[in-house]
Design a binder for this molecule. Structure first.
Ligand code: DUC
Ligand code: ZN
Ligand code: ZN
Length: 478
């Protein structure tokens, strides 16, 4: 049998094991994993390297407009290039509905932004800001059938937030159609009340962003979201969990047998409140929501990763350029914190930062693979095709040098952002070569990807979204 590519002499790691094997690729798929494979058009020497499933970054904001006129800095070209250079081979950005706009038109328009630009494959989540009867009754069921099987809802932000009743409508629909609901859990009224108090006392600098969204704000909303999902026996995933108190809510729910999944992000493992107190307006670079917490919370997050509370580590890449009137400076360099667009870049640094946890013994290599790729595929209906080194899967593969030390510098990254919040952090482990469906898109750390190589992925209703069978209210009411 001949192959298009053989990856020779590497150490394969999956979510279950680590073993020495060659990997044979034909027509973009993995077709053989064996002791020794010959006869290929191209042989990639993987001696000393780990052969890992390419990462799935299941939470990124690419070319996403904000209601305030802001625009995230990466389009599908720069975003996917940067992702690939960081070892990611699939991204999942959001088609965001503005209130009063058709969800179908929003989604179709967003699809067009990706066409001809993406260098790696992508699936699309929806953001539901306006769950009208039309959206719940017709648009969403049809979109789910077309492969958009996950959506995010917000419990905060005036132009996005749903009330509890609307959340129940969405969760009930998700249950009927087998879709996965992602929830941004922060208590909106607490944030606006605290923000008004801070404004009235002149505390408006970026550091007060953290004061306006303390941990109980996230804890209460996480608790409430879990209760709503429990009421309907609907699986859901809490996104960008930032600290111990929210972790405790998830852990308790999981212990009750609920299908509550959790996602965290590198900013909650590596950044802290103090980063928002940088001089002048520089703290704006780390303004994201929920905000980074403190060292004790960082440690709690690593423990929760090691202990299996989280299923997913995403970047929540939501990049705004610092010196840009559509970015962090949208309201000028003296803007109060509530006018600073929320979000930070991280699509390229996600996996190296997480892998550093393997190097430091905080998580295992198997946990890294599960948290970076395999679980995302399962939770969002891409398993079989993505997230695994297995015969029949797409040959989306990242070859990692587990010993390489890299000090993160923005000038070495490939996103379209004028800073990285991780500047100067040294990590051990970095991807060297990356393949997308058998095509080398990064070689020796240099991007080679072709615009338009990336394809749209239709997701299946995921197994993970099937009800746990713990009914609280009568079936006919749900
Ligand atoms: N939520 C996100 O998921 N990303 C950036 C900002 C936010 O609030
Ligand atoms: Zn969010
Ligand atoms: Zn996000």
């Amino acid at each position: 049998m001949s192959y298009d590519v053989v990856i020779r002499g590497g150490t394969v790691a999956t979510a279950a094991d680590t073993y020495r094997a060659d990997v044979g690729i034909r027509d973009g798929r993995i077709v053989a994993i064996a002791d020794s494979l010959a006869d290929a058009r191209e042989v990639i020497d993987a001696g000393g390297l780990l052969v890992l499933p390419g990462g799935i970054d299941s939470h990124v904001h690419i070319e996403q407009p904000g209601g305030d006129g802001s625009m995230t800095a990466d389009d599908f070209e720069s975003g996917t290039r940067s992702a690939a250079c960081g070892g990611t081979t699939t991204i999942m950005p959001f088609a965001m509905q503005f209130r009063g706009r058709s969800l179908r038109e929003t989604t179709d328009a967003y699809r067009r932004k990706a066409e001809g630009k993406a260098m790696i494959d992508y699936a699309i989540h929806l953001i539901i800001a306006d769950p009208t009867d039309q959206v719940i009754g017709q648009d969403l069921p049809a979109l789910i059938k077309d492969g958009y099987t996950s959506f995010k809802v917000y419990m905060t932000y005036d132009d996005l937030k749903l009330n509890d009743r609307q959340m129940l409508d969405v969760l009930s629909l998700a249950r009927r159609e087998g879709a996965m609901t992602m929830i941004h859990a922060e208590n909106s009224d607490c944030i606006s009340w605290l923000t008004a108090r801070l404004a009235a006392t002149g505390r408006t600098g970026p550091r007060y962003h953290c004061t306006s969204r303390p941990m109980p704000v996230e804890r209460e909303a996480s608790h409430r979201a879990i209760a709503l999902a429990e009421l309907l026996d609907t699986p859901m995933l809490l996104v960008h969990v930032s600290g111990r108190e929210a972790v405790d809510e998830i852990r308790r729910a999981q212990a009750r047998g609920l299908k509550v999944y959790g996602e965290t992000c590198p900013q909650y493992l590596f950044l802290e409140e103090a980063n928002l107190a940088m001089p002048g307006f520089m703290g704006a670079m780390c303004v994201c929501s929920p905000p980074p917490r403190d060292r004790a919370n960082q440690a709690a997050m690593w423990d929760a990763l090691a202990g299996g509370v989280f299923q997913v580590v995403s970047s929540d890449h939501c990049p705004y350029r610092f010196n840009d009137p559509k970015g962090k400076m949208i309201a000028g360099p003296n803007a109060p914190f509530w006018k600073i667009p929320n979000g930070i870049p991280g699509i390229e640094t996600r996996l190296p930062l997480l892998f550093d946890g393997v190097s430091k013994g905080r998580i295992t290599l198997q946990q890294f693979v599960a948290l970076s790729a395999t679980n995302q595929a399962r939770i969002y209906g891409l398993d079989g095709r993505k997230g695994a080194i297995a015969v029949g899967a797409d040959a989306d593969i990242a070859l990692w040098d587990p010993k390489r030390e890299v000090t993160i510098r923005n000038e070495d990254l490939h996103h379209n952002v004028d800073y990285t919040p991780y500047e100067g952090i040294t990590v051990t482990g970095w991807p060297v070569h990356v393949l997308s469906r058998g095509t080398v898109v990064v070689r020796d750390g240099r991007p080679l990807g072709r615009k338009g190589h990336g394809e749209f992925l239709r997701c299946r209703p995921p197994e993970a979204a099937k009800p746990a069978g713990r009914r609280v209210v009568p079936a006919e009411l749900v």
